[in-house]
Design a protein around this ligand. Structure first.
Ligand SMILES: C[S@@+](CC[C@H](N)C(=O)[O-])C[C@H]1O[C@@H](n2cnc3c(N)ncnc32)[C@H](O)[C@@H]1O
Length: 279
């Protein structure tokens, strides 16, 4: 997608109002996963409101029918409440507070998690709110570069980071195929259509998932002659009914029918001539 096609990025680059702080490559990811919600009467929850600029950007992007809940630990963010935006002040690591957020928000369609960036906050937010989202909702968590930063309790492969947590969830996406008791189909398996990994972002797309089924089509043969014969048979079977019926009629019968039709046409022409001649 070129820059000019991305409304969010255009908005961001032209922003002269409240501050928005984003890694520039996020805009393609937003567009890819959020586009289908634009103009719809949805509920969007943003963790990490700060100066309110990103909330304004989401309002502009999702349109006038969307309602918003902004969550931040900083009470100054209350300033950004308006008639369609509720601001809730609290610690996103506190599961009791997250239950209140869920209560106030109701069914959530989109979550943008850009809060404190510590693993305990990220995991609590995901665990408390993800199961309560709409069946086709999208949970996007950003700034996961922090999973690699010691300052944020991160490090490569370090237990407890959100990246390690998300990697483990990829197994649960595949739980239908597991033969081990340690990996069984659960709510996450049944409600998550896909997970998407980008630089510093993981996106969870919800959707009802039932046991996958396998199917085979085409001919299982390495012999090209088998394939040629099979394709001819398929073409015959796929031809219109009239052609198929005609193919079943023996050639002499077809010739006789053709001759009879020619004869009838000739007779008709003669009759027409006689009728249209001088009276
Ligand atoms: C990176 S800023 C948000 C930036 C904003 N979304 C933007 O795009 O410009 C992170 C915000 O998370 C808030 N925050 C930090 N710790 C938090 C916590 N434990 N619970 C909720 N919010 C928290 C901070 O107060 C800050 O406003």
């Amino acid at each position: 997608m070129s820059r000019s096609d991305n409304d969010l990025e255009r908005y961001f680059q032209r922003n002269q109002g409240r501050q928005i702080h984003k890694w520039v490559h996020y805009f393609d990811v937003y567009e890819r996963h959020f586009q289908r919600f634009r103009g719809k009467p949805i509920t969007v929850v943003e963790f990490g409101v700060q100066y309110g600029g990103s909330m304004q950007m989401w309002q502009d992007y999702f349109g006038p029918d969307a309602r918003f809940v902004g969550v931040d630990i900083d009470p100054r963010c209350r300033a950004w409440a308006d008639d369609r935006t509720t601001i809730m002040i609290g610690d996103q690591a506190d599961r009791g507070f997250l239950a209140e957020v869920a209560e106030v928000a109701g069914t959530i369609d989109v979550i943008i998690e850009d809060g404190g960036h510590y693993p305990a906050q990220q995991i609590a937010t995901f665990e408390e709110l993800y199961p309560r989202m709409s069946p086709d909702g999208v949970f996007l968590i950003e700034d996961l570069l922090t999973s690699y930063k010691p300052k944020y309790d991160g490090g490569l492969g370090r237990d407890g980071t959100f990246m390690e947590y998300a990697k483990a969830l990829t197994d649960r996406l595949n739980a239908f195929h597991s033969v081990e008791p340690g990996l069984v189909v659960d709510d996450f398996t049944r409600t998550t259509r896909s997970m998407h990994f980008y630089d510093s972002i993981v996106v969870f797309e919800r959707g009802p998932v039932s046991a996958p089924r396998t199917q085979k089509t085409g001919l299982a043969s390495w012999n090209p002659a088998d394939h040629a014969a099979w394709e001819a048979e398929q073409a015959r079977a796929g031809a219109p009914l009239r052609r198929r019926v005609r193919a079943m009629v023996p050639l002499p019968v077809r010739d006789a029918v053709r001759a009879a039709r020619r004869n009838v046409r000739r007779q008709v022409r003669r009759l027409r001539k006689r009728l249209s001649g001088p009276r």
